[in-house]
Design a protein around this ligand. Structure first.
Ligand code: NAP
Length: 244
């Protein structure tokens, strides 16, 4: 992977940041994408200390012109893009009857449409290269459902369908497309869960703990590597056994 270029959406913090670090440790130049440019810049500067080149791009992944700009900047800087990690994602929870249409739209737009827009740009570049790795971050919730997350669960289930479809469309161009489905991973997204509920959740996890971003990054790095060249259209579950 040394010398390749990766785009990591939401690479400024949480799971995306750890994925970006793991890529940088393997000599990959990284484009960090986020809405908060200070967070993205900070991550980029830290990554450069590992001896690679990194740029930060401010972009809302649900906005097509922003997404075009990510790829323009990446190509101007690095000339190629071998790896796309569609990691940017949010939650806006609420039970179905109380879910505001606006919260449905926002979650679907960022999580699902964002993955579509970034993948659409990526395959243009990767098709010309005859090489590419797209890794999408889904969720265990796509498979189990979760009360209060109708928008999030639908967005992540959508990502699974999108992954398999793009995998079939672009296999002939040597582009593999896979997803990982994390369970509960300790980041800002999960830190607001009340302690008593956290304990109930841990009790339901056979391995007896929440995951850490490194658990997800290890699987993503494998899928991004040449060792995974015969794997496409798959979902790797990273959940401590809570869903089998
Ligand atoms: P997080 O700590 O809240 O980080 C979310 C990241 O997404 C941030 O870097 C944020 O950028 C970026 N982002 C949000 N909206 C964006 C937009 N419109 N355009 C571009 N970037 C945007 O979340 P996380 O826990 O690391 O989650 C990362 C991914 O893993 C998400 O897709 C999430 O659904 C998935 N996941 C997480 C868990 C878990 O338990 N944590 C489990 C399963 C799946 P800024 O820094 O600029 O705000």
């Amino acid at each position: 992977m040394n010398g390749q270029t990766a785009i990591v959406t939401g690479g400024g913090r949480g799971i995306g940041r750890t994925i970006a670090e793991f890529l940088a440790q393997r000599g990959v130049n990284v484009v960090i994408v986020g809405v908060n440019i200070d967070i993205a810049h900070n991550a980029s500067s830290e990554l450069e200390k590992l001896g690679i080149k990194s740029i930060a791009v401010k972009a809302d992944v649900s906005n097509a012109p922003d997404v075009n700009n990510i790829f323009e900047r990446a190509l101007r800087e690095f000339g190629r893009v071998e790896i796309l990690i569609n990691n940017a994602g949010i939650t806006k929870d609420g039970l179905l009857l109380r879910m505001r249409e606006e919260d449905w739209d926002t979650v679907i737009n960022i999580n699902l449409k964002g993955t579509f827009l970034c993948s659409r740009e990526a395959v243009k570049v990767m098709s010309k290269q005859r090489y590419g790795r797209i890794i999408n971050i889904a969720s265990v919730i796509a498979f189990t459902g979760n009360p209060g997350q109708v928008n999030y669960g639908a967005s992540k289930a959508g990502i699974v369908g999108l992954t398999k479809t793009i995998a079939k469309e672009y296999a002939s161009r040597n582009i593999t497309v896979n997803a990982v489905a994390p369970g509960f991973i300790m980041t800002a997204m999960t830190e607001t869960i009340p302690e008593n509920i956290k304990q109930d959740m841990i009790n339901a996890i056979p391995l007896g703990r929440f995951g850490v971003p490194e658990d997800v990054a290890n699987a993503v790095i494998f899928l991004a590597s040449t060792e995974a060249s015969y794997i496409t259209g798959q979902v790797i579950h990273i959940n401590g056994g809570m869903y089998m």
